[in-house]
Design a protein around this ligand. Structure first.
Ligand code: PAF
Length: 304
């Protein structure tokens, strides 16, 4: 039996809705309409309740669940959005193949007692009349993911901006697996002066070391084994940091990576703040890798 309630059950009387949510938050709720969500949240905020927000594109796994659990424990209410954002895919096939698994997502979240799952439609997220003004992400959009997925971060900024405006959370939670995305979100949060605390959460891994990702659903068992070259290479880099300069270590790591079967897109050692290639080890660095395992594009990183 699914424990979550379909929100439409409660929408018959608009005045009842905020009262219901302001006073009882004991079951996971599913909401599709932006205005319904906003009226519930404003009733809660007027009572001084805190809102944690976990934006997702669905196909939820234990990594997402860890974000939601953290947000649930740190706030009075957690909102999880599920929206496969078309504007951040620069490859139509990737968008079409992105897994959509709403029933399984809701089942994974059903133990969350103070949660709302928000599943909007495209018109609610991208209304014709919009106050959104894009801004220049500078270097963040020109390296690594930005270089290989033109327009991707513009799409991420746009959707997260619009979601932040709808939810107006106290805190928003993002995984460190998308290291560059996190830097972009921090920059956009500051740029638009949202009073939101951005919380970075550690990457969750399978016992094998494979970083949890919605894209892993598209990997065969053999491909999951092949994909481990990413984690092995990241560990190789960390182990050899004391021996080589960043530039030499990148060369060594490339040779190591090539012993596997994946097709590399990039392997870089960059400064955690500027995302520029590290010249030395004087400031903290992170090694970032993107590679294709068959048709599936995977990314991962490790702080050094
Ligand atoms: O990381 C993701 O799943 C997406 O990029 C996000 C932040 C939900 C925006 O669509």
């Amino acid at each position: 039996m699914q424990k979550y309630n379909f929100y439409s059950t409660y929408t018959k009387s608009n005045s009842f809705v905020p009262y219901y949510y302001a006073n009882r938050m004991s079951t996971l709720q599913l909401i599709h309409k932006k205005d319904e969500l906003k009226s519930i949240l404003s009733a809660l905020k007027s009572k001084g309740k805190t809102i944690g927000f976990v934006p997702t594109m669905g196909a939820l796994h234990k990594g997402h669940k860890a974000l939601v659990d953290k947000a649930s424990s740190e706030n009075d209410l957690v909102v999880v959005s599920i929206f496969v954002n078309p504007t951040q895919f620069n490859n139509k096939e990737d968008l079409a193949l992105y897994p959509r698994t709403l029933d399984a997502d809701l089942a994974l979240l059903q133990t969350i007692e103070n949660g709302i799952v928000f599943v909007p439609n495209v018109q609610d997220i991208y209304p014709e009349k919009t106050s959104f003004k894009p801004f220049d992400l500078g270097i963040l959009d020109k390296v690594m993911e930005g270089k290989h997925r033109p327009g991707h971060f513009d799409g991420v900024v746009h959707v997260v901006h619009n979601l932040f405006e709808i939810v107006e959370p106290t805190k928003a939670y993002f995984g460190q697996k998308d290291f560059q995305q996190l830097a972009v979100i921090r920059k956009m949060n500051a740029h638009y002066e949202f009073p939101i605390e951005i919380i970075a959460c550690e990457t969750l891994r399978e016992a094998s070391g494979l970083a949890m990702s919605s894209r892993n659903m598209r990997l065969s068992e053999q491909e999951k084994k092949d994909a481990l070259i990413i984690w092995d290479t990241l560990q190789f880099v960390k182990k050899n940091k004391a021996i080589y300069s960043p530039q030499d270590l990148v060369r060594k790591a490339l040779s190591y990576f090539e012993t596997g079967k994946l097709v590399l897109e990039y392997l870089e050692i960059v400064d955690v703040e500027s995302l520029q290639n590290s010249e030395d080890w004087n400031s903290q660095s992170v090694c970032c890798i993107a590679a294709y395992c068959g048709k599936v594009r995977l990314i991962d990183n490790l702080l050094l």
